[in-house]
Design a protein around this ligand. Structure first.
Ligand code: AKG
Ligand code: MN
Length: 529
């Protein structure tokens, strides 16, 4: 989300996007010690007094960081994020076992799931909590709690990766989960009461899968810590851990923020390599030569196969290094953009087209720049002879907050975005860099393309006008060679007739007035929760 107070080249701010009041106060009146001015300032305030640079140098993916605050403002704020007493209201909203809540308890080193089905009844939940001393694991509370939505949305901008969360509420003298490690980087925020944590040396550093680890394999703890309300603990994926609520503490509530699941170099390579190889086959005949006859029928591969493959790989590596071929991490990009939280906004109208339609003389810039990704992908109309590439501008403006991180594959339902010919890539990069520029100065050959691009982005709610119309710029375009009649002249197929009607919330205001002349076609039907 664009922010106020940045340099003109980067910031392209609008009054309506984040009222100042919201930045300073939580809606229920609890002052926020977090700084929401930018994704970096938010992260900085989350891990203060440690600095961002120090964090990434010393701790990230390396070792745990414990921040003991003894700060009543922080404790009050953390408590406001989620507390045991919130469950009553949440139960009345129709939360379900399994999907939203799991009840579990660690007994003799084993996880016992106290399974229930259907809707959660608050008095039953309370009974299981008090009498069975079950831990309540609440999934993805940012779906219900605005302040968590606000925090996680900013963290997703900061990391450029999905950020999920779980709340764990554990009664006195109880433990919910046996020793295990997770496949995510975690930030544990102690919201209520106290929790005793033991951390152990990883058996699989930077693990890429969740796993239980039997007590006899974990050795003695490297860290033995008690978190109090307002404290924060970070540890990398793979660190073995277990936690219990000590005697004398009524209950513990903590929030686990998690990120960087499947965001490793290996995952990136898995994403880019198939398309890279596919593209290379177009130009390298040796990759298209046939396998030895019946190779697949042998129980083991013939000698020399691995050598042959490794020589292909070396040639591919050289090719990659020369940089002639674009690397396309399309799967990861699409997964992120289509599953992340939408911008934190109180009012859906903020994502509707803003102000009047742009013209050549307008200075414009992208809105919600942190929520926009550009991908280069093969056109669906690809042929064997030539690989036609197209550009997609994908965004998360209309993603569903209600299903965030709930495992529904949003991408299948909607590949949100606008599709452009490859010739539009430079202009899109220009805009994506945060630059404010005249529509007339977009890096495209044809004036009609410049205007089409501006109009399609504006219709999608992604473009805002920075200044009032500049008639001299418009005149310059009217008079430029190749522009015979001007943008709205009689021969222009793009002449606007009606401004688009904003649809109901979560629906795209279709740029119907652009009809067939518009290259950009929305591929999105938008997620309806
Ligand atoms: O509270 C617990 O029992 C464990 C919580 C946990 O494993 C986590 O937050 O990752
Ligand atoms: Mn865990």
């Amino acid at each position: 989300m664009p922010k106020k107070g940045k340099s003109a080249a980067v910031a392209c701010e609008e009054e309506d996007e984040a009222p100042l009041k919201q930045r300073k106060m939580v809606r229920n009146g609890v002052p926020s010690p977090l700084n929401f001015d930018s994704p970096t300032s938010l992260f900085q305030s989350l891990i203060a007094p440690v600095g961002v640079q120090e964090f990434f140098q010393e701790y990230w993916e390396k070792k745990p960081l414990l921040l003991q605050r003894s700060d009543s403002t922080m404790a009050t704020y953390y408590r406001s994020l989620f507390q045991l007493s919130d469950l009553k209201g949440l139960c009345s909203q129709g939360i379900k076992y399994d999907r939203d809540i799991i009840l579990c308890r660690c007994v003799n080193g084993k996880k016992k799931v106290i399974s229930k089905q259907g809707l959660v009844n608050h008095s039953q939940l309370k009974k299981d909590f008090d009498q069975k001393r079950a831990t309540i694991q609440f999934h993805q509370p940012q779906r219900f709690k605005d302040e968590l939505w606000r925090i996680q949305e900013q963290l997703e901008c900061f990391f450029g990766a999905l950020v999920g969360s779980n709340v764990y509420i554990t009664p006195q003298e109880s433990q919910g989960l046996p020793p295990h490690y997770d496949d995510v980087e975690v930030f544990i925020l102690q919201l209520e009461g106290e929790k005793h944590w033991r951390l152990y040396q990883p058996t699989v550093p930077l693990a890429c899968e969740y796993s239980l680890e039997p007590e006899e394999r974990i050795g003695s703890p490297t860290h033995d810590i008690t978190l109090k309300a307002g404290d924060l603990l970070y540890f990398p994926r793979g660190i073995i851990h277990q936690a219990d609520t000590p005697t004398g503490v009524d209950h513990s509530t903590h929030l686990t923020l998690s990120t960087y699941q499947k965001t490793s170099w290996g995952d990136f390579l898995l994403d880019v390599f198939p398309s890279f190889l596919f593209d290379s086959m177009k130009s390298d005949i040796t990759l298209r030569e046939g396998l030895p006859r019946k190779l697949l029928m042998d129980a083991s591969l013939p000698p020399g196969t691995a050598k042959q493959l490794s020589s292909f790989m070396r040639a591919l590596a050289d090719r990659m290094e020369q940089g002639q071929q674009e690397l396309r991490p399309t799967g990861m990009k699409r997964d992120f953009v289509s599953n992340r939280l939408p911008p934190y906004l109180q009012d859906d109208s903020a994502i509707m087209p803003a102000g009047k339609m742009p013209t050549f003389g307008d200075t414009v810039c992208l809105r919600f720049v942190d929520h926009i990704l550009v991908t280069v992908e093969p056109s669906e109309e690809r042929t064997d002879e030539a690989l036609e590439l197209v550009v997609f501008l994908l965004h998360s403006l209309r993603n569903s907050r209600e299903t965030h991180m709930m495992g529904n594959d949003a991408e299948e339902e909607s590949s949100q975005g606008l599709r452009f010919p490859l010739s539009h890539l430079s202009a899109l990069k220009q805009l994506q860099s945060g630059e404010r520029l005249l529509v007339a100065n977009l890096q495209l050959d044809l004036d009609s393309d410049k205007l089409n691009l501006a109009l399609s982005l504006w219709s999608e709610g992604l473009l805002s006008m920075v200044n009032t119309h500049d008639p001299s710029a418009a005149l310059a375009v009217f008079q430029s060679p190749g522009s015979v009649t001007g943008p709205w002249g009689p021969s222009c197929p793009l002449r606007p007739q009606l401004p688009p009607q904003p649809g109901p919330s979560h629906q795209l205001a279709q740029p119907q007035f652009l009809d067939a002349a518009l290259y950009a076609t929305s591929t999105s039907q938008y997620c309806e929760a």
